[in-house]
Design a protein around this ligand. Structure first.
Ligand code: KOT
Length: 809
């Protein structure tokens, strides 16, 4: 495409006329969106096939990223930037009488993920393409993404997210590459003519996995990878029913419903596990389709023999959710390709690498043996055999570990432990931040670590600086480029050069103005969404992420209530005005998380309606927090709340996004916060609270006495009493369950225990904020050191240390 306005405008005009059946005078924002998306798609299609052909021709190794979630958000602006036409597209849009934002918003926010894990997968795809690594993401094309959240009378209501209601312009249906996936039935064993056992599957239910491909463009490089999402369909069209009374017809309809349900919706649980049969179906559907696709492509395109499969593909499994890929590859290699167990096992264990994303017990996946066996009989046989051989090898090769066999086994107590399967079947196991990996090695997976020390490694998470800085914060990006040149866009570590400006008064002034402007824009959005006006000069204190007890939104609310109580007692108190901004979805059946959402909203309405504190405190809960909402909030954040109970947040990635936009973190020594502090130094971050070892020590002794704090700290007593006695307007029940959880279940996430340190640290924040020059210096330091947290760095580490992958030049 010629990158000039006239050509682009002309193309848009043609698209409007030929594809949208409208004109430049009559078109809607939606028409303009489709026209521009179509231009971009046409423009990249040649590079897309070129990338694939070159990968094949050069027999280049490819990484396949298997994930139940890809939280991609909107792609239009990302693609326009990557293809170098953002500015002319914006001019075109304005020429047509629209605002760019209005047009970009026409794209559904693809929410095929819950939070951190799914967004990480999307950032990784962006970095892989931008660094020219051959890669394919494999996932599910859920008809319904993560629910849309409405807040009604303070409570979360979930609405279905039918994101495919309108045509999705980025995807291409590839029916010719559909494959069959089989469920249920029985396995008949006989002897094959090659003398080995043969396994035939009988009476299975067949499901067609139809791929929809989405192009993943690289930045400024003509490289285009694929995100392949599978949709579940019935294998052959239903015959015309003779009459509607036809029993078989109803039967068939039910059957069709069951099948299409497999790609029906995304399970809305983040860091928790729900052992539903349909979820297990989804997992197997994904891995079977993906592996059949890889094998087919290997046989069609590669000169290599199957023993060299791992030279063509590295497969990364995103948490244990796709770990059935391990027995599935064994099945395909043995039953279909007729390899022996040992040959197949060698290939498999040279191919798979597994990323762990959490140590929370409630997230550990274990499937009832009976469920797995009935749904996937052949897969179960293979897992059983992997387990037998693994336990045998422990018995003979590690006599000192004999008594640990029951705890290491893949199948125990009639449950299949997916983490054990992933550990045994992979050549690499990684955690997502230094502390997290150490906890895996020293605690959660200690015995496995002694067994396979070389398998364990750390890959600290990252985020794509192209979306999370360049795209969402154009004014800051220009300021950075004006100061240090554009090199940081290709090499984010070059952001470190900003340190030269740490004492440059005019630069600091401009930084401050950029933040102010971003806060103004967010204030407008807040007004539009909630009707609330906020003080643009107040501290924007932001806590956005999934709602979970361990993330401790409740601790934040306790701080707010503390300030409120202090101000009520002493209205003259000199506090810097604050705007507390929350955004969080709770899993629909996570009761306490939903109570916390109500609590935040009740506290918000009391504070926001109290004239005594009107000029000092505001509490905003933005509903339906998603990628697009994050993109508005992050550039305007002053203070980034990263206050999880130490040891619980594997990494966090919101912490990185906010840091990269200049926010200062208030946080615990948890996840990647530790690595942020190591870089910026104690003078540019606010660290407080228990350390992971301290939390662990309390846990080992059965917790701490939360009651003692209630009795000794009047600030805590005051707040807890208010929770209980109907101050918050729900006299009949108040927030008794939250209250009991803190006091009588001994505060499992140490909210009260960290309260004092948190309050004190907020006082330091407030003092620091008053000295605007110094505060802006902290902003600069945070941006300067954030280059390490680009997912480009993370991907380079995965590529060189795990996947042995080279860029395709
Ligand atoms: C969800 C279900 C089961 C197992 C793990 C999860 C999970 C973990 N979902 N999201 N995570 C988060 O992953 C992010 C990316 O690695 C981390 O930054 C974050 O700390 C995890 O909580």
């Amino acid at each position: 495409m010629r990158n000039d306005f006239e050509t682009f405008f002309q193309l848009t005009k043609e698209k409007l006329e030929n594809e949208c059946q409208t004109t430049v005078d009559d078109c809607t924002a939606s028409d303009v969106y489709y026209a521009i998306a179509s231009i971009v798609k046409n423009d990249l299609i040649g590079d897309w096939s070129k990338t694939e052909n070159e990968t094949n021709n050069k027999s280049a190794k490819k990484v396949c990223y298997l994930s139940m979630e890809f939280l991609v958000g909107r792609l239009i602006e990302n693609n326009l930037i990557n293809r170098g036409v953002l500015n002319i597209a914006k001019e075109t849009i304005q020429e047509l009488g629209f605002e760019p934002e209005e047009v970009f918003m026409q794209e559904p926010d693809a929410a095929l993920g819950n939070g951190g894990l799914g967004r990480l997968a999307a950032c990784f795809l962006d970095s892989l393409a931008s660094l020219r690594y051959p890669a394919c993401g494999y996932g599910i094309r859920y008809r319904y993404g993560l629910f849309q959240q409405r807040i009604i009378q303070g409570e979360q209501i979930e609405l279905p997210d039918y994101w495919l209601e309108q045509r999705y312009p980025w995807e291409e249906r590839k029916f010719e590459e559909a494959v069959s996936v089989h469920f249920g039935g029985t396995v008949r064993t006989s002897t094959h003519e090659d003398g080995k056992l043969q396994f035939d599957y009988e009476h299975t239910d067949e499901v067609l996995a139809v791929p929809y491909d989405i192009p993943i463009t690289g930045f400024d490089n003509e490289f285009v990878n694929t995100l392949r999402l599978y949709s579940a369909e019935t294998p052959s069209p239903l015959g015309d029913p003779v009459t509607c009374e036809d029993v078989a017809y109803y039967h068939e309809l039910g059957h069709e419903h069951d099948i299409t349900q497999i790609s029906g919706y995304l399970y809305p649980d983040d860091s928790s596990y729900e052992g539903k049969r349909l979820r297990l179906k989804q997992q197997y559907f994904l891995v079977s389709a993906s592996l059949q696709n890889m094998l087919r492509s290997f046989k069609e395109n590669s000169q290599r023999t199957l023993n060299e499969f791992h030279e063509s593909f590295a497969i990364q499994i995103n948490d244990t959710h796709p770990s059935l890929a391990i027995p599935e590859l064994m099945r395909l290699l043995m039953d279909q390709e007729r390899l022996s167990w040992d040959e197949a096992w060698k290939i498999t264990t040279q191919t798979f690498a597994y990323t762990n994303h959490t140590t929370l017990q409630e997230a550990l996946e274990t499937w009832p043996k009976e469920m797995l066996e009935s749904l996937l009989p052949r897969i179960y046989m293979i897992i059983d055999e992997i387990n037998e051989r693994f336990c045998q090898s422990l018995w003979f090769d590690y006599p000192e570990l004999r008594e640990k066999i029951p705890e290491l086994a893949i199948i125990a107590d009639d449950q299949v432990k997916m983490a054990h399967l992933a550990l045994v079947g992979s050549f690499s196991v990684n955690g997502v931040a230094r502390l997290h990996t150490n906890i895996l090695k020293e605690q959660e997976m200690k015995t496995f670590y002694t067994l396979f020390p070389d398998r364990f490694n750390n890959k600290t998470n990252g985020i794509t600086h192209r979306r999370w800085l360049l795209q969402i914060n154009p004014s800051l990006s220009s300021l950075i480029t004006d100061a240090i040149g554009p090199k940081w866009i290709h090499e984010p570590q070059a952001l470190i050069q900003l340190l030269r400006y740490a004492n440059d008064a005019p630069f600091l002034q401009q930084m401050d103005e950029v933040k102010r402007e971003n806060k103004r824009l967010l204030s407008e959005y807040i007004y539009q969404e909630t009707g609330m006006t906020v003080d643009e000069n107040s501290i924007f204190d932001v806590h956005v992420k999934r709602l979970h007890e361990y993330k401790r939104q409740l601790l934040n609310v306790f701080h707010i209530l503390h300030l409120y109580n202090e101000l009520k007692e002493n209205p003259q108190l000199d506090v810097t005005p604050r705007t507390f901004i929350f955004g969080a979805k709770a899993a629909p059946n996570y009761y306490l998380a939903k109570e916390i959402i109500k609590f935040i909203n009740v506290v918000a309405s009391i504070i926001n309606n109290d004239p005594d504190v009107r000029d000092k405190l505001k509490v905003i809960f933005l509903e339906n927090y998603n990628v697009s909402v994050a993109e508005r909030i992050i550039p305007a954040t002053d203070l980034s709340e990263q206050i999880s109970t130490a040891g619980k947040e594997a990494s966090g990635t919101g912490n990185m996004k906010m840091m990269m936009n200049g926010a200062v973190t208030i946080g615990t020594l948890d996840g990647a916060n530790i690595e942020i502090r190591d870089l910026v130094g104690d003078e540019n971050i606010f660290i407080f609270g228990l350390r992971a070892e301290e939390v662990q020590a309390y846990h080992n002794n059965g917790g701490y006495m939360a009651r003692d704090l209630y009795n000794t700290d009047p600030r805590i007593k005051r707040i807890l009493d208010q929770m209980h006695n109907g101050t918050f307007g729900r006299e009949e029940r108040a927030f008794k369950d939250l209250y009991y959880n803190l006091l009588y279940h001994n505060d499992p996430y140490f909210v009260l225990k960290d309260f004092d340190a948190y309050i004190e640290t907020h006082e330091l924040v407030e003092r620091a904020y008053r000295n605007r020059g110094e505060w802006t210096q902290m902003n600069v330091a945070n941006i300067a050191y954030s280059g390490k947290f680009s997912s480009d760095r993370t991907i380079q580490e995965y590529a060189s240390q795990i996947w042995k992958l080279k860029p395709l030049l």
